[in-house]
Design a protein around this ligand. Sequence first.
Ligand code: FAD
Length: 470
Amino acid sequence: MAHIGIIGGGISGLTVAWQLHQLGHRVDLYEASERIGGAIRTTISPDGWMAEWGPNTIIESSGRIKKLVRSLDLDHHKIYPGPLAKKRYIVRNGEMVAVPSSLYGIITTPMLSAWAKCHLLAEPFRARNQTLDSETVADFVRRRVGDEFLKWPIDALVGGIYAGDPERLSVRHAFPRLALLEEQHGSLILGQLKGGVRRPPGSDEIPRNKADIFSFDKGLQLLPDTLAQKLGESVHTSLAAERLEQTPDKTRWQIHFSDSRVSSAELDAVIYAGTADGLTGIRMPDKLTELLYPVAEIPHPPVTTLTLGFRREQIAHSLDGFGVLIPGTEGFPILGTLFTSSLFPGRAPDEKHAAVTCFFGGTRQPQIAKMVEGQQIHLALQSLEKLLGLRGSPLYAHRICWPRAIPQYELDFGRFIRLMDQAEQDYPGLYLAGNYRTGISVGDTINAAMDLAVRVHTEIQASKSKRTHT
Ligand SMILES: Cc1cc2nc3c(=O)[nH]c(=O)nc-3n(C[C@H](O)[C@H](O)[C@H](O)COP(=O)(O)OP(=O)(O)OC[C@H]3O[C@@H](n4cnc5c(N)ncnc54)[C@H](O)[C@@H]3O)c2cc1C
């Protein structure tokens, strides 16, 4: 059994800690703030409105995610959206249009012009690009399926997932499966028809188009809360890591803390699962500083989430869907809106009420994310009036601004990956986990954290057996 320190109590840190605990190691997790969960946080008002501060859903993109939820005895709290919420809208020419989910749907949709549809049908005949590593999402989409696709569905989708700009994101890093579809099949359409990206043997990955999304009856915070509860006294909050050093014989690590009353911890391995900018708040050996401080340069635009509650009769639209995403070219002040109470039960007090969640800011309009609440509510109401036929004022509002919301995997993201790989190689026993490295969705961070736990366990076993044989 090894003693492993984990810095950061978001979903990455908690998952890796729980997995290592289950593999028989002693773990201690240190979280700088007074609460665990990082970006995952749920508020329930006394009159029955539920608002998520960060993510609203998790995509069940692997068997590992199912295994994690089961290991925490949370299966009976898991909830999936009803069939109505399968419908997704985007805005075209100021109107909400359902996103087609079949080939027939694509042919008949008013979301795309006849020219864009013909251009799409020719996609399998277009040549591959040999330089995907230096291609933006926008260039990739323009090259394969045309400008109209980029301007409407893809721009809306990139705003919804990354709050980002397709002209800046790297296709290789931000949408690796798209890049692999072209590499493996030469075409996105043929690749999809042939079953998508090839999975390595033994992989438990569930293809995105077949993966369900879920939450919990009490909101997503149930997941970090339960992880922390199971980890018990191994979780230490209000304790920021301030200094990291190796022992003189370089076999172990020491973490020193912000609270001088807490003595430093000596550990067999340290996993940094904090935020990218949190790295610069930790003093570390000079060479390690050179490798890791630049990681804080990964852009993280601000995003504000605003959950609003209404009487059902105030909204003319049937809210029959997951929500609506808005391309930049449509000129709205919001990135999109989730139909929160259509997605899951328990988000509004009862069926006579409805809740929606609007997202502001991102790379597209960072200044709007920073406006005061009154201005944002005004902008949201204007947009919802146009899109959903909303009338009147909200009965409930919950707003939170994330000044550094989501890491952007832009064209130079490969540089940051190389620095992090080098740091782990030069400093054995130090590992890096989190949304700044292995994917931004909760699903991606859970998958990566579970994989990292297995890697740490295997490396500790190997170095132990090497020491016994020498
Ligand atoms: C507004 C918003 C909406 C989102 N929507 C979705 C969605 O619908 N679906 C989805 O899948 N994903 C969504 N995401 C993304 C997802 O929530 C995050 O990528 C994921 O939760 C990140 O988890 P993490 O553990 O890697 O990092 P974080 O949650 O950022 O946790 C890092 C933790 O480390 C701590 N820390 C930092 N430095 C130190 C230090 N020196 N010492 C100790 N602790 C430290 C921080 O306090 C923090 O608690 C959303 C994110 C945001 C902001």
